[in-house]
Write a protein that binds this ligand. Structure first.
Ligand code: NAD
Length: 440
């Protein structure tokens, strides 16, 4: 099949590569000329495990091409995926300008039937706006060309994106006619072999399903963070509580880890956007508001603990910081809790020596020139002459450090752990002070 994907970011690039990998002819289009040039030369603009090899193999097999030329892109695929960003607007609602710009490009260049598939996370009603935009441009052109608009939200997780795309839990297809449902079913057949994964529904429900999923996951995290804070007041251990409730199959163990807040390009913006959608409808989404507020507060918890420990005298202190990405196995730092910690520490006059296995380049892009932030090539370099260690991302390589060596190297012999990675008693045996989230 011939497929076009607009947007070559985390979602678009994975979508394009995986669709090419099962034998389709894919053209990926992006307006970012630098990104496209890099991809054309065999480079990858983001870190996602396995993606570079998959892109290269499919490029070599002539199944995957990259372009900045919208006309070429629209001419190529019967299926036109929209996978561009939908960042928060000033008021937190989703900014649809990139999505509608793609709709406009498609309408300007299409000469026969196209299926426009929205993979970006967009508020309910966006498919109608895309349809209206295409209709408007076609009318201006004096053309009557048939097209369909489908909502097909993406559920991949950064860090496990290839597996999530190749073996998805579900494929949501929001359509308004059976013919388009059949076309999408054929397109996704290679990913639907072992058992039925396709769930077909109406367009609005599909659009809402994506927000509902992210809001539910964010709610689980904020709920646990709320209880972790309460556990601190009560002298209980949230990690024991977590195990205690996770054993109930109605609750389950996944996604109930307390910590220093959720970040990333999806949960914060999607919870906000859904809350704004509710507000537009005159409905006060109390729970969503609370989820967002609890998370904003939680992102400050680590800094508060550090400031308390040092009685607000942070001037001149040096902090080793492990983990910059918003979660392990990605280089993405959008809305990462590490940013709140770094900015608060630097703002209070401290210096930060940060290490991350994948996000150093991204940190350099964001903070290059900040004299209080040193980016380090190894966890050990970050510890050199540091007073304390702060852990923000639970990368695997941080799971089992040499606590005796840490105790010798940290001047104040103290660890602030925003991800509850260690057993407090074990850490303290090395003479270290250990502050985690919701633990005595
Ligand atoms: P991203 O910022 O990594 O990539 C977006 C890309 O779109 C950029 O490369 C940008 O240059 C390009 N773009 C902008 N306007 C364009 C245009 N008119 N034509 C072609 N390209 C254009 O974003 P992302 O993380 O891939 O997210 C894309 C969408 O998918 C968002 O709506 C997001 O909420 C959703 N989503 C993201 C994830 C994730 O984990 N990142 C998961 C599921 C869904």
């Amino acid at each position: 099949m011939k497929i076009t994907v607009f947007g070559s970011g985390y979602v678009g690039l994975v979508t394009g590569a995986c669709l090419a990998d099962v034998g389709n002819q894919v053209v990926c289009m992006d307006i970012d000329a630098e990104k496209i040039a890099k991809l054309q030369q065999g480079g990858i603009p983001i870190f996602e495990p396995g993606l570079d090899a998959m892109v290269r193999e499919n490029q070599a097999a002539d199944r995957l091409r990259f372009t900045t030329d919208a006309q070429e892109a629209v001419e190529h695929g019967v299926f036109q995926f929209i996978a561009v960003g939908t960042p928060p607007d000033e008021d937190g609602s989703a900014d649809l300008r990139y999505v509608l710009a793609v709709a406009e490009s498609i309408a300007e260049h299409m000469t026969d039937y196209r299926v426009v598939i929205d993979k970006s996370t967009v508020p309910v009603g966006t498919a109608d706006k895309v349809r209206a935009k295409i209709g408007e441009v076609l009318a201006k052109r004096g053309e009557e060309i048939e097209f369909d608009v489908v909502s097909n939200p993406e559920f991949l997780k950064e860090g496990a994106a290839l597996n999530d795309f190749m073996r998805p839990d579900r494929i949501i297809i929001g359509v308004d006619n059976p013919r388009t449902a059949e076309l999408l079913r054929a397109l996704y057949a290679p990913f639907n072999r072992s058992h039925e994964r396709i769930i077909t529904m109406d367009v609005r429900s599909a659009e809402l399903t994506k927000y509902a999923a992210n809001a539910m996951l964010a709610t689980k995290i904020s709920f646990m963070n709320e209880l972790a804070n309460l556990a601190e007041y009560l002298g209980a251990d949230i990690e024991q509580v977590r195990q205690g409730i996770g054993s109930d199959s109605r609750i389950g163990y996944s996604f109930i880890y307390p910590g220093c807040g959720y970040g990333g390009s999806c949960f914060p913006k999607d919870v906000k956007a859904l809350e704004r959608t509710a507000r537009e409808q005159g409905y006060h989404a109390e729970l969503l508001n609370a989820v967002e507020n609890v998370n904003n507060r939680q992102k400050n918890r680590l800094f508060e603990k550090i400031a308390d420990y040092y009685q607000n005298k942070l001037e001149g202190k040096v902090f080793a910081l492990w983990g910059l990405a918003f979660k392990p196995d990605t280089d993405d730092m959008r809305e990462a809790p590490s940013r709140v910690v770094i900015e608060s520490l630097c703002g209070a006059g401290a210096a930060v020596q940060a290490y991350d296995p994948e996000a150093l380049a991204e940190a350099r892009r964001i903070y290059g020139g900040n004299p209080r932030l040193k980016l380090c090539a190894s966890p050990h370099e970050a510890l050199e002459n540091a007073d304390a260690l702060v852990i923000v991302t639970e990368w695997k390589e941080f799971r089992s450090p040499d606590f005796d060596a840490l105790s010798r190297s940290l001047r104040d012999k103290v660890i602030f752990d925003g991800r509850n990675m260690y057993e407090p008693r074990f850490v303290r045996r090395s003479g270290l002070d250990y502050h985690a989230i919701g633990r005595p």
